[in-house]
Design a protein around this ligand. Sequence first.
Ligand SMILES: [Zn+2]
Length: 496
Amino acid sequence: MTTRLPLLRALAISLLIGAACHAAPPAAAVPAPDTVGAATLAELARATRAATTVPEHAFVLMDLIGPRMSATPEGERARSYASERFTEYGLENVREEVFPLLAWERNEAAMTVLAPYPVARREMSILSLGQVGSFEVEARVVDAGHAVAEDFERLGDGVRGAIILAQPGQPEGYGRGVHRSEKIALAEAAGAAGFVLIAPGSLVQVGVATLGDHETRIPAVAADYETGAWLTRIVERFPEEVRARLVTDNRMERTTDANVLADIPGTTDEVVLVGAHLDSWDLATGAVDNGSGSVAVLDIARALAEHVRESGERPRRTIRFALWMGEELGLYGSRHHVETRKESGRLDDYVAVLNLDVVGTPTGLGAVGRPEAAALLRPIARGLNAGGWELSEEVGTGGGLYSDHMPFMLEGVPILTLGRTLPERAAGVTHTSADTRDKLDEEGIADAAAVSAALLWAVANAADHPLDRWSFERTGEVMESLGFRDPLERSGEWRW
Ligand SMILES: [Zn+2]
């Protein structure tokens, strides 16, 4: 989309958040010492928390702008808002990084049960999944359980030409999470004609149906729990006999969107990056996923720019802020960033990446697949705890797939994590019509921003090679040990 945020509206938003304009950091700032003391970290976190801007950003991004799908006017307004804040806070190199994507816009979806006679022509409540085009199929309905690989092996030819009914998540004790795109890829490979993903609750839960840069080959939709449970009972009673018509009609377009980037320049070429996806799904205002991370990144930028200005110290490494677009449609923005850095030979500059996707009260620090990171992270947690924070001093090593850290992780770049708890009211709302600002724990997000600011400052000023970038082989070994081989093979991203 190329529409510009109308000037008056931009002005209104600027006035609404009412933040003071700051001057740029002094040009003669001196570098910080090699290591940052516990007292400095605790004070930085305290000051960040005390002056939080989280509620203002949440109000603008969620309550005023609303859903922020990639390549929509609302997504563009969110980008403009982020650029304006980075500029106002005195960050440097505030820029948009344009990337190509397959944009997707919801239109209609309908499913009607046609047979057997006792339940004929019942309309169901469904919604299309993302990256699903326009289809019309009429077919048998087959219950495929959780639709994991073992289910398709068990059903064999029985799913050929059928509409698959899939439970959410994975069987108990399965050992790893199974993403919806993996189930849909399995259904396509088995020759299914359509795919219905049942939600875990009463709200339809959407999401992207394929992780590649392409649309699905079959119609893939989501149903609410009640609809899915009813259909499952009917299929159980009339195996082989239930037939349905599934129709999807969505708009897809090859276009561009842009990430918003900004820097607090360091005194070396090395970079510590903190990012969050700014785009959201269309059903609600993307508050938990990922307004929470977006507002945290804006608040961290404000706090660290202020710290540089007031202390007169520049960080040893550049602290880069990234608000990604295109995440929900398949990590388009972050993938593009990693590919272009790799092509220009500059990915090695990245010493660490912190990805904030779904933020709540911080519980501890971690680094995916790196027990040795405890030497770096435990003193940071202890330093913050000495200042009254209550972080676990156990350093986490777990992590997942399918968010913006993934393109970096697959290249061996160190991935930092921030453990968190979410309020009960946030449970199950992501990708549904209930992901609205009232679900947020804004106090907890302000805490997360404060802890992240201290973490980033410490890592940006740590001594040489705080964490090593893994070799190609080592990255493959760790991905295997984390159980990522299967899902990455199914999405065509296993490189080893
Ligand atoms: Zn997310």
